[in-house]
Design a protein around this ligand. Structure first.
Ligand SMILES: Nc1ncnc2c1ncn2[C@@H]1O[C@H](COP(=O)(O)OP(=O)(O)OP(=O)(O)O)[C@@H](O)[C@H]1O
Ligand SMILES: [Mg+2]
Length: 606
């Protein structure tokens, strides 16, 4: 007997349901699409237990009469297309006629609906795809869809559901992305009977965006019309940016779309204007002839195919570039300035000064070798710019200790190295001619590492980082999901030294970690931490400390702190002292050692 058998209908329908519905958030996505297609002006999303228990979407749209209710949950039942040609003209959110079928296949569904022109409403109940009842039911104009016990008949899927918090966060994200291109619709999300967000209707896209992300202070706008499409873009000036791409969003015909092409085009448009790892804010809305795109390629309609992606790419770059220029936000960076930013120039300058000074006091201008000929005393008093170590929060005990006898070996270890200089204004280059070795330190990575180790030690010893109370508390408007992240990780923020009070629409910061210098922007730092957690990093103390270390290091560097060659040495010593200094907290290497032989083999001498 052959091995191939046809799957039974039941299995087939569950497989295809799984393609469309893979969790509470996708139920919400489909129900909102339906409410939008029904021309609703108010949509309320009511969730219990992250959607595991109940997902309810209430709209005031055109509703369904008894006959429609009877059909709506059947596979391939749709009011949106009739012929294959219609598929190329779709302007509605749905068209496959399988969302309600898939949802009711894997849950218990109740739909109560009444079109405005009908006297009486009806309620239909479907359980695991099976019709239960259809009865008259009091109803307002519009539709209520209730989805209970999702995946009750698919235990494996049910087990795969994430925590209530995570599932709700995904739902929240879906509703937000759905709401952005429809500012004329009022949206509300309620979770466990608590109103999470209310987005009142408005006729401005920008107002909707600001309602959702109150921390966005200003965005510029450009609108361009091309033959086959219209592009509207809200964009930040290059100096306003975020640590992730979360606020680079593309909407095509009012549908949120994930597109690498778009992200690349944005990077391209801002190239040379923003530092690496920083992402400007861009909300792009494209209105395009539906026959030039195919939304059919993804079961969740998340990706779409453009007929001419190259053109689109070009248009987006062109529009943003033009927008940046015409709003005269452009900071023209000359080639020279690009290569050496102010901080890097200062490093260069201070090293030069240091060497000149050395010559003046009659020492050999031969880099650091000169230093260890100095009598053993506390060199800090001679050369170290105190603010340097303070700014970087480096352990303060370095030289005093290393000059005592027991640490002499350490100092000798340091003194074996000859400081050659800084290359690319980032890497400190040392040579050990005795052992024929070359050492390269990534100055920024090692700073991060040292700050991280110091703070980590402090947390291990005291459980908390020291706080400084702010003289006047700082009020920050934050989007709802960031507020939730802070609430969910309250202890963690506290451990880090943040004292935060959560109010209705904003947070009040009362204390910040002591090591935060005045040049570290508090608001940006809190947003950066939230954003990383939102992106999915596990909110452990180690991970968040890593972010904090990066922030404090990056801000200090931006602040234009000088580094002298003496300080280069103090870093080297710190690094040699510190246990695993070969990797920065992100796991990137911070020091690389290689020997002469390696170099020789590169030049094919060996
Ligand atoms: N909230 C609602 N208000 C009015 N009619 C609705 C609502 N929800 C569903 N319907 C009707 O039920 C039909 C089936 O909905 P369903 O979501 O299953 O399919 P669709 O929206 O046509 O396509 P897709 O599967 O791509 O979402 C819709 O075409 C629409 O006519
Ligand atoms: Mg639909």
């Amino acid at each position: 007997m052959g091995k191939i058998q046809l799957l039974d209908e039941n299995v087939i329908s569950k497989i295809s349901a799984g393609e469309v519905i893979d969790g509470p958030y996708s139920v919400v996505r489909e129900l909102i699409d339906n409410s939008i297609d029904a021309k609703s002006t108010k949509i309320i999303v009511n969730i219990i237990e992250g959607g595991k228990k109940l997902i309810e979407v209430i709209d005031n749209g055109e509703g369904m009469d008894k006959e429609d209710l009877e059909k709506c949950y059947l596979r391939h039942s749709t009011s949106k297309i009739r012929t294959i040609e219609d598929l190329y003209k779709i302007t509605s959110m749905g068209f496959r006629g399988e969302a309600l079928a898939s949802i009711s296949e894997v849950s218990e569904v109740e739909i109560i609906s009444k079109p405005a022109n009908q006297e009486e409403g009806y309620k239909i109940t479907i359980n695991g795809g099976k019709f239960i009842s259809l009865t008259p039911h009091p109803s307002q104009d519009g539709t209520i869809v209730r989805v209970k016990n999702l995946f009750f008949n698919l235990p494996v899927r049910k087990n795969f559901l994430r925590s209530e918090t995570t599932e709700f966060r995904n739902i929240f994200d879906v509703v937000i992305k759905k709401s952005i291109p429809f500012p004329e619709i009022h949206f509300e999300i309620i979770h466990n009977l608590k109103k999470e967000i209310i987005l009142p209707k408005t006729n401005s896209l920008l107002e909707r965006i600001k309602n959702i992300y109150p921390e966005i202070k200003e965005l510029n706008y450009i609108r361009k019309t091309y033959d086959e499409m219209e592009i509207e873009i809200f964009f930040s000036k290059p100096s306003i940016n975020r640590p992730t791409r979360n606020l680079q969003q593309l909407f095509v015909n009012k549908r949120y779309v994930e597109s690498k092409t778009f992200l690349t085009a944005v990077s391209n448009a801002y190239s040379n204007l923003v530092p690496k790892g920083s992402y400007p804010i861009v909300f792009c809305f494209i209105t395009i002839d539906p026959s030039l795109i195919d939304v059919n390629i993804h079961p969740a309609k998340k990706e779409i195919k453009f007929k001419n992606e190259g053109k689109l790419f070009h248009y987006i770059i062109q529009s943003i570039k033009e927008g940046i220029e015409t709003t005269s936000q452009i900071i023209t960076l000359e080639e020279d300035n690009l290569k050496f930013n102010e901080f890097e120039k200062q490093i260069k300058r201070s090293i030069e000064e240091f060497l000149i000074k050395k010559r003046e006091v009659g020492e050999k201008p031969q880099h650091y070798k000169a230093f260890h000929q100095l009598p053993l005393q506390n060199p800090k008093t001679n050369y170290v710019d105190k603010t340097f170590s303070q700014k970087y929060s480096l352990p303060q005990n370095n030289y005093q200790q290393s000059n005592t006898n027991q640490n002499l070996t350490q100092l000798e270890k340091v003194n074996k190295w000859n400081f050659i200089g800084t290359i690319f204004n980032t890497y400190l280059l040392f040579e050990n001619s005795e052992e024929e070795k070359v050492l390269i330190i990534d100055q920024h990575a090692i700073h991060e590492k040292l700050i991280y180790s110091k703070l980590y030690k402090e947390i291990l010893e005291n459980k908390n980082l020291q706080k400084q109370i702010l003289l006047s508390p700082l009020h920050i408007e934050l989007s709802k999901d960031f507020q939730t992240i802070i609430k969910d990780n309250y202890t963690l923020f506290n451990q880090l030294g943040f004292e935060i009070e959560l109010n209705e629409n904003k947070i009040t910061v009362k204390a910040i970690p002591t090591f935060f210098g005045k040049d570290i922007p508090i608001e940006d730092s809190i947003i950066e931490i939230c954003e990383k957690i939102k992106e999915g990093i596990e909110p452990s103390i180690e991970n968040i400390l890593e972010i904090v270390a990066t922030i404090s290091c990056r801000k200090a560097i931006k602040g234009g702190e000088k580094i002298t060659s003496f300080e280069a040495f103090s870093l080297l010593e710190e690094s040699l002292n510190s246990k695993d200094s070969f990797a920065c907290p992100h796991g990137r290497p911070s020091m690389i050692i290689f020997d002469k032989k390696t170099l020789e083999s590169l030049f094919l001498r060996r």
